[in-house]
Design a binder for this molecule. Structure first.
Ligand SMILES: NC(=O)c1ccc[n+]([C@@H]2O[C@H](COP(=O)([O-])OP(=O)(O)OC[C@H]3O[C@@H](n4cnc5c(N)ncnc54)[C@H](OP(=O)(O)O)[C@@H]3O)[C@@H](O)[C@H]2O)c1
Length: 254
């Protein structure tokens, strides 16, 4: 296989959670451009992405479901297998954030963030992993972690706890499944210009402080994670297991 062929995803079937917008949309399009059929998902019913994938000549669908709801996990994996015949690539991207001082952090914020940002990642990985193991197939699971997998942040205790858990879960699953040919890795994006960071970018002081610390001198764009995601979902990364890859404009080097 040539080096360029290693990045091809022809014949592969992928599911990208939270791909209605933001980083997930960029990842879904990148996988489709590389040849994969890609199932898309979001909480709302607004689908801006699966039509674009179909126009690339690839199969796609859009599934709307709250991944805080445990019934969504099995429905989403079953839908992918029904539509495509198998699941070869799972990207656990859907995530949300709530900000409040720790001393006043509401219990319902905590419950929601752990359910969406951590529990769903485990359950979807477990269901996809079971399918890959049952078929004796190789596969790729890519989790979207965060700088707050490494750092504690301010006013984001549940998000930091969940994303720290995502990094550890990535390693735990990789240890069990690497020898079966299933790669489990993560991307830790830096500060990206999406709806997730709108509150930060609208705060002039926080926005300036953040920008001053990014060596690249700019906020990341959704397309900045696309290349790393394709690499970690392709054969080019077959010997990489349990890695949390920073895509952060150099933030963690400071
Ligand atoms: N932006 C950053 O700077 C940054 C940095 C580090 C890590 N991340 C992580 O990267 C991932 C994507 O973030 P983003 O910035 O692209 O966020 P975004 O623009 O806010 O998009 C979030 C996506 O997740 C979906 N989603 C959120 N809650 C959901 C739920 N309960 N059930 C089902 N789907 C849900 C949304 O669906 P709807 O469109 O239907 O609401 C949307 O597709 C997240 O895991 C986030 O934590 C982002």
């Amino acid at each position: 296989m040539s080096i360029l062929e290693m990045f091809q995803l022809n014949g592969k079937n992928a599911l990208v959670t939270g791909s209605s917008r933001g980083l997930g949309a960029a990842i879904a399009l990148a996988l489709a451009e590389a040849g994969a059929n890609v199932g898309c998902h979001g909480k709302s019913s607004q689908d801006a992405i699966s039509g674009r994938i179909c126009r690339l000549g690839k199969k796609s669908f859009y599934f709307s479901g709250d991944i805080a709801d445990p019934t969504t996990h099995s429905s989403l994996i079953e839908k992918t297998i029904t539509e495509f015949g198998s699941i070869d690539i799972l990207v656990n991207n859907a995530g949300t954030i709530r900000r409040a001082p720790a001393a006043a952090f509401p219990q319902d914020y905590w419950d929601e963030l752990i359910a969406v940002n951590l529990t769903a990642v485990f359950r979807l990985s477990q269901l996809a992993g079971q399918n890959m193991l049952d078929r004796g197939a190789t596969g790729k699971i890519l989790n979207i972690a965060s700088l707050l997998s490494f750092q504690g942040g301010i006013n984001v205790p549940a998000y930091a706890a969940a994303k720290g858990g995502v990094a550890q879960l990535t390693k735990a699953l990789a240890n069990e499944w690497a020898a079966k040919g299933i790669n489990v890795n993560a991307i830790a994006p830096g500060y990206m210009a999406t709806d997730n960071t709108e509150a930060l970018r609208n705060d002039p002081d926080r926005s300036r402080q953040i920008l001053e610390r990014i060596p690249a001198g700019r906020w990341g764009e959704p397309g900045d994670v696309a290349g790393a995601a394709l690499f970690l979902c392709s054969s080019a990364s077959d010997y990489i297991h349990g890695h949390v890859m920073l895509v952060d404009g150099g933030w963690m080097g400071r």
